[in-house]
Ligand binder design. Structure first.
Ligand code: PHE
Length: 341
């Protein structure tokens, strides 16, 4: 390729004027050096070579080169002040930068499970309410028929905030708060965090979610409870899932029960998750103890009810086959990303 003539060089310099108005700061600095640089800039080279031209050409080429140089200087100058003004005005946005990937958020699996559970109970007429996490001993224990020297108070290994004030060890205090403040018929679900001085191991965490349920009205029986739980379990774990009620003990319910669901990992045939029993415990429950109703000013001859408390962490682990509860607290993106829909 032959070296470009002086006119071709000037043509390319003129073409560059077009690009100046959209150049970013770096491109503009490069253009200034390449076109107007004092040592090797295109225009400098052309003007320096004028002496080698025949005298009759020298004048015209010189005039054209100077005109183009003037155009370039003013275009570059204008662009420089536009960029400088944008920076000085606090607008540091570099419109030439590649865009950032858009992150799609998702609900944490525990939040999603709590919402799903409360939504199912809403279909049965339950209202979702919340209560305080810092509770008095009275609401957390004594109104629920748990005396402070009862092993149940001990068993729950309570965090005390100050004398008489605890971090609630369960959501059951909201049974008492609701019974004191509302007239039956009462149907509530109460999701919220609870605290116990528990180990931090694959199946325990010192803070965990519970959902309390409470129904109190005239003529409520254990049959109503079984029907509601059966509806919930089938809706949440699948139509084929069976439940099992085992006798248990809680000071605030009589009779008390624990509810197991068929292990949905092995469909009841036995696996490591259900320790080969075919069933997994999902909640404590029972008929509200008459003493609790009386403690809250209700006539236990007239009203009966049932209550239950379930653990969404536990339920989420069962539903999604998560082997260690701590995974649900760590917010590892590799886990959370699996819940982005
Ligand atoms: N509060 C009980 C617990 O935390 C669960 C429960 C709630 C049991 C309501 C019976 C009725 O273990």
């Amino acid at each position: 390729m032959s070296t470009p003539t002086v006119h071709e060089q000037l043509d390319s310099a003129l073409a560059a004027v077009e690009d100046i108005s959209t150049a970013n700061a770096n491109e503009l600095a490069d253009m200034r050096t390449q076109l107007l640089g004092r040592k090797a800039g295109l225009l400098t080279t052309v003007l320096r070579s004028l002496g080698g031209l025949p005298p009759e050409e020298r004048r015209d080429v010189g005039a054209r080169a100077n005109e183009i140089k003037r155009q370039l200087e003013s275009a570059i100058g204008r662009r420089e002040s536009v960029l400088a003004a944008a920076t000085a005005g606090g607008d540091t946005l570099d419109r030439s930068m590649p865009g950032r990937a858009v992150w799609r958020g998702a609900m944490h699996p525990i939040t999603a499970v709590v919402d799903q559970i409360c939504d199912i109970f809403r279909e049965l007429g339950f209202t979702r309410v919340v209560g305080p996490e810092a509770e008095t001993e009275s609401y957390n224990f004594t109104k629920l028929n748990i005396s402070l020297d009862h092993p149940a108070a001990d068993m729950q290994d309570t965090f005390y905030l100050s004398p008489g004030i605890v971090l609630r060890t369960h959501t059951s205090p909201m049974q008492a708060r609701t019974l004191e403040n509302y007239e039956p018929p009462i149907r509530i679900v109460v999701p919220g965090q609870c605290y116990r001085r528990d180990a931090w191991d694959p199946s325990h965490a010192p803070v965990f979610e519970q959902i309390e349920g409470l129904v109190v009205d005239e003529g409520v029986s254990f049959v109503d409870f079984k029907a509601a739980i059966d509806f919930f379990v089938k809706r949440f774990f699948g139509e084929e899932t069976t439940t099992r009620f085992r006798p248990s003990f809680f000071p605030f319910t009589e009779p008390s029960a624990e509810v197991d669901v068929q292990c949905h990992i092995c469909s009841g045939s036995g696996c490591t998750t259900c320790k080969y029993s075919g069933f997994l415990e999902i909640m404590g429950a029972g008929m509200v103890h008459p003493a609790v109703l009386e403690n809250c000013g209700l006539d236990s001859e007239r009203y009966t009810g049932y209550a239950f408390g379930m653990g969404p962490h536990r339920i989420a682990m069962l539903k999604y086959g998560i082997p260690d509860i701590r995974i649900l607290f760590e917010n590892d993106m590799r886990v959370l990303n699996q819940f982005v829909e």
